[in-house]
Each structure stands twice: as C-alpha cells, then as structure tokens.
Design a protein around this ligand. Sequence first.
Ligand SMILES: Cc1ncc(COP(=O)(O)O)c(C=O)c1O
Length: 493
Amino acid sequence: MSEGPGTTPVPDPTAMQDDHSGAEAATPADGAGVTEQGVDDRSASRTGATQSRSAPGPERAAPPPSPEHVVTGLGSAPAAAQAGSAPADSGVDGSTKHDRRDRTGTAVRASSRSGRGASSPRGTTAVWNRLTRKADLRAKAGLTRTARVRAAAIDLAGNDYLGLSRHPAVLDAAAAALAEHGLGAGGSRLVRGTTDLHEDFEAAFARHTGTETAVLYSSGYLANLGAVAALAGPVLLDAHAHASLHDAARLAGGRSETFAHNDLDDLERQLQALRPSIVAVESVYSVLGDAAPLRELHALTSAHGALLLVDEAHAIGTVGPHGSGGVAAAGLAGDPGVIVTATLSKALGAAGGIVAGPAALRRHLHDTGRTFVYDTAPPPAVIAGAGAALALARGADGARGELARRAALAASALGAPVPAAGVLSPAAGDARAAAAWAERCAAKGVAVGCFRPPSTPDHRSRLRVTVNTGVPEADFTKALAVIEATRPDPNSR
Ligand SMILES: Cc1ncc(COP(=O)(O)O)c(C=O)c1O
C-alpha cells in the first residue's frame, strides 16, 4: 500500500493506504519498533526526540546523508535497538557503537581498515538479510504495505475532495500547457528559468489565502521541509502533525519537541521551555480529521515570539471563505506571524506544494531554501491544471456545502466524530483487523484507506475514509453501507 492522502482520483482499492502522521516520523516504518508482539510503543513515543545536529549552509551543495539518517533508514542495529526490536536483530551486522559507518550507513569495523565491510559481498548481504527479517516481522504484525493496481471502485480513499482532478477546465488547461512546455520543468526555476504559469499560480494562491507572497514546490512534503528548514531554530510540533513536518524539524537540525495534540496548556509549557522559532500544526488534521484552534494557537505563539506554521493540506478548497483555508477562516489571513503551507494534491486535484507568507519569506526561500534551490520545479502542465482548479474551487461553495453534508452523513453512518472537512477515520481494532476490513471493502468495490501504526498518531489502526463530492450520491450512500456492513466483529477485537 502506498501512502494515504494525496492519492488517487480513480479509486484505489489498496485498501491499505497509510497516511503519515508525526508518529510515523518518529517510528520508521521499517520494522524498527515492530516486535513479534506487534508495535513497540516505546518507539512510537519518541516523537519529540531532541535533535542537535547543525544544518549545513544552503549555499553548499547537498552533503552526503548523515550516518544517523541512513542508519535509521536501513533499520540499523542502533536504531532498531532503541526502538525495541528483538535483541537478535540488533547485532546482525555485528556493528558496535565504536564502528565507523560508510556513506551507505553500513558498519565498517573500527579495527578493519582493509576495505572490507560495507562494500564486501558479506556486508551487503547482511544488510539485505536484516531488512528481509524486518519485513517478515512487519508482515506478522499486519503492517505490510502494498501498492495495488487500481481497480474500478467507488473512491473514498483519494483526497480529490471537490472532484476537480478530472474537471474538463482543469484537463484543458493542463493539456494546453503540456503542448506548450512539454512534460517536465527541465530543472529548478533558478537554473532553467521560471514560467508565467508558476508565477501566476503563486500570485493567485497568495490572493486566495490573503498572504503577501507564495513559493511553489514540487510537493507538499518538500514545501514543509523547505519552509521549516529555512527558518531554522527550535521547532515545536503538534503531536498529530504530518510526518513531513516532523521530518522538516529533523532537517532543520536544531532542537524539536512535540506538544500534546491541540493542548494549549502543554503548548504554553513547551513554549516556555524550548523557546521555539516555529510552532507547526495542521488546520485540519490528516488522520483524525479534527481542526486546530488556530486563534488560540496564534495568540500563544505570537506572545512567545514564535511563528505559527499552518499546514493547510486538507483545508485549502474545503474550509473558509471561498475555500481559502483554516487560517483565513480564523481571521488570520496575512498575519505576519503565520506561514501557510499546502499541497496542491488534495482539493485542487493536482500535485505540488506551496508556502505562503510575507514577502521576506519568499526572498529567503528563493535564496536559501534547499528544497526550492535544489529541486526541479513542478511541471508547468500540472501547475496550469492546479491554477484552473483553484479558480473553480473558489467558486465551489455548493460543493463545499455538499462536502460538509456528506461528511456529517458518513460520521453518523460510521460512528466517527463529525470532521472539520472531509477526513474520517473510524477505529478498527488492530492492524490486521483494519487491513482485513479495507480488503472486504475493496472486494465489494469500495476503495478506502487503511492507516495503521506507525502512521496513526494515537497508535490505533483505522480505516481512512475521505469524502469526494465527485462521487455520485447513490455510490456514496452505497459505499457507506458497504463499510458499515463489513465492519469487524467488535467481539473479535
Ligand atoms: C497534512 C499534509 N501535509 C503534507 C502532505 C504532503 O503533501 P504531498 O503529498 O504533496 O507531498 C500531506 C499529504 O500527503 C498531508 O496530508
């Protein structure tokens, strides 16, 4: 299963699309933290691990990955040991904390300078053996992720909230730009040059959200990484914030901590303790679908001299006047203490990411933001389509009303809280039960997401249901009935 939001306009029966909450950021989905018994909560609770690496300057070319990062990615012995993996796992490559690691993160015996180790067949094989064992452990715990081929199904898995990804005006705009500019952007905007389409979209998005300026990225993930890392300093994150924000805090290289989800008292305590430069939240949370108390968050962060970064991935197009998002709805549009980030892959049905805020932010990101400077620009055709979608979304009050109506209907049918926009996540017992539930839905022609630890912030396995107003009413009602009818037997949980 590939990962949840931002996916498929066409139904994805993958049933097991997992989102990326912060829990994932703290608990690599590589088997570290998974034991024969299941998921080890010790790893899941490391979300606020303090960081102390210093970030390299933006002018310099990207450095090789730091050993710590690579090691974690490989589920190395130290990372696995911290995360509570089976002890047998922790010594597979025989490395100790005194061993050096090469650029691939593979242990090189401190005592051996003979060139053996990482690149020797034996060392390499040990890495793959270790990863295979971890994959087997994940499979036992019901945590395998499989990206299935899409099949015809009713789509309650994708994030095309307003059904715009296939709107004729969106496709026409994209087709015209495709013919004019070709498939890809050909390079970063600094190197290859920008297009009117990029500039116009940024201006339109800034107007839409009431911000001064905006900067496009090739994904929402990279927008978050770029914004947080460029504004380096201690970062405080809501515990339910998206994995990209947690990863961004790591990339920033300073200290980062989490505060309890939507808990203003905990936020205030941590503001005093950490004195962060940024507090990062989502306006509508991507797994549980609830809203952040943005006015109160803003009052607290500004009182402590911190910027409030609000990821509006699930709110642009769905919430606020003309779909301008949660920040605008909270009366904070254009506030110099607020940075808005978003993906174009949800209600706008496209791909790409954006950061919006004061003009000084745009200048800073252009000059120093690594994921702007060192990344190829989003394809002009996609941005042209996104521009058409943004114009349509502004006028889509009717669809937003329908989204709210369907979300309330789904909440009552599935016994989930009424969401702030279009995301619902009914709890599903354990990971295997959730996966099996999603499979039963897929077998009956309904595509839903399936989020399991470490992708759920509360470590509970859930179905992830997203409301798409492009789905015909009769299909939507049928899909809800299928989800309810295939629900796991509560006695078997
Ligand atoms: C809250 C949130 N932020 C960021 C992202 C990343 O956006 P993208 O898929 O464009 O990288 C997503 C979704 O995938 C998301 O749900």
